[in-house]
Design a protein around this ligand. Structure first.
Ligand code: PLP
Length: 302
């Protein structure tokens, strides 16, 4: 995760100087919000995928958490992210904006001040180099995804990720690649850091938005699937519907579009990347590489 310069509250500083105090309320209580964004090297230069939407979600996450005033506009955040990529001379990279709270410890947001840092680093495939083709083996986790009125599922609040880390760690220690989590009612929600899609008889099924993070990759694939003429259903999905799907794939900024070859030791479909997954994966990579119909709409030039 090498990054020479980090943007901190309006300035690009050497990474070693981008520090927060040990007594930061963010460190003690998980009071922060973050984003994960990718910049791709395309034939016409480096491009950031859906930058404005990610920065809008960062502002929304902090609003959901209860921060009264976000210290920067969406436009300022986008410009800061682009400046950070340029300063680090990356052609492709991952971008991590973080809102953190600066001030005295206490269970009260109003006594600390929101601050922002943006880091960038080079990052390859998230679930392994061959996962994009061979697929991954997932476990339905014994950890439940957050109840919608416990922590707020529409926001990338840092504290929410303890649930993801516990599920992912248990999956890895148990020999799986990633965890699928059910909502408190037992319906399919999402993964530790990805949303999930099912395919059955050529049609696409997605868990509803109530208990999940509204992933920007999910939204992109939803739109690309509609563009390609697929029927897309959104609603409650049970665990056994996962087992009898023809295809399952997960998606997110980190995982991009990754096929699932097995769930809980049950082979999914043919046990390899299926045709709908391949079609949407191709459409996604075409788009992020600047060659898709929606590329102009979704890419920002560095
Ligand atoms: C819990 C969770 N679900 C889904 C996603 C996918 O969201 P996106 O496609 O916006 O990266 C992420 C990653 O940000 C996540 O952390």
């Amino acid at each position: 995760m090498k990054s020479d310069f980090i943007w901190m509250n309006g300035e690009l500083v050497p990474a070693a100087q981008a520090l927060v105090p040990v007594l930061s309320p963010t460190l003690h209580y998980g009071l922060g919000a973050f984003e994960g964004i990718r910049c791709y090297a395309t034939p016409t230069g480096s491009m950031v995928f859906r930058l404005q939407d990610h920065m809008q979600r960062l502002i929304a996450s902090s609003h959901i958490m209860g921060v009264r005033t976000f210290p920067y506009s969406q436009q300022e955040l986008c410009e800061a992210a682009l400046a950070t990529i340029r300063k680090n001379k990356f052609t492709s990279c991952y971008i991590r904006p973080l809102l953190y709270m600066d001030g005295p410890l206490g269970l009260n947001l109003d006594v600390s001040e929101p601050k922002v840092a943006i880091a960038t680093w080079e990052w390859g495939t998230y679930l392994g180099a061959d996962a994009l083709e061979a697929g991954v083996h997932m476990m339905v986790s014994s950890y439940t995804r957050h109840h919608i009125n416990a922590t707020m599922t529409k926001s990338k609040i840092t504290g929410n990720y303890v649930n993801s880390v516990m599920a992912k760690t248990l999956a890895l220690r148990s020999g799986y690649d990633e965890a699928i989590m059910l909502d408190p009612e037992g319906y399919l929600a999402e993964c530790s850091g990805e949303n999930i899609f099912l395919v059955r008889n050529g049609e696409i099924y997605l868990p509803g938005r109530a208990t999940i993070l509204e992933g920007i990759t999910r939204d992109s694939l939803y739109k690309l699937a509609r563009d390609a003429g697929y029927t897309v259903h959104e609603g409650q999905i049970s665990r056994d519907q996962l087992y009898i799907a023809d295809e399952v794939f997960v998606c997110g900024t980190a995982a991009e579009v990754t096929p699932v070859r097995a769930i809980d030791h049950r082979t999914v479909g043919a046990g390899r990347r299926g045709p709908v997954t391949k079609a949407l994966q191709d459409a996604f990579f075409e788009t992020v590489n600047g060659k898709g119909k929606r590329s102009a709409e979704w890419l920002s030039k560095v």
